[in-house]
Design a protein around this ligand. Structure first.
Ligand SMILES: [Zn+2]
Length: 69
């Protein structure tokens, strides 16, 4: 029972991370996604900042911005 609860707990956490929305700069050069719109990495974005699911961002080959911890 304890194992099952642990599993469900981990699954919930993973699902939250997986489906979390992230922000990306809508430019061809963008290689990073960001957890917040106010991230320093987005401050020099000249294009629109768009919201995507983290899964979509990763499918596009984007990786987490270096300013996030
Ligand atoms: Zn960032």
């Amino acid at each position: 029972m304890k194992t099952l609860l642990t599993f469900l707990f981990l699954f919930t956490i993973n699902a939250n991370i997986f489906y979390a929305d992230v922000y990306i700069c809508d430019s061809k050069g963008a290689k990073k996604y960001h957890l917040t719109k106010d991230c320093r990495g987005l401050s020099n974005c000249k294009n629109e900042i768009i919201k995507k699911s983290k899964a979509d961002a990763q499918k596009l080959g984007l990786t987490l911005c270096g300013w996030e911890d």
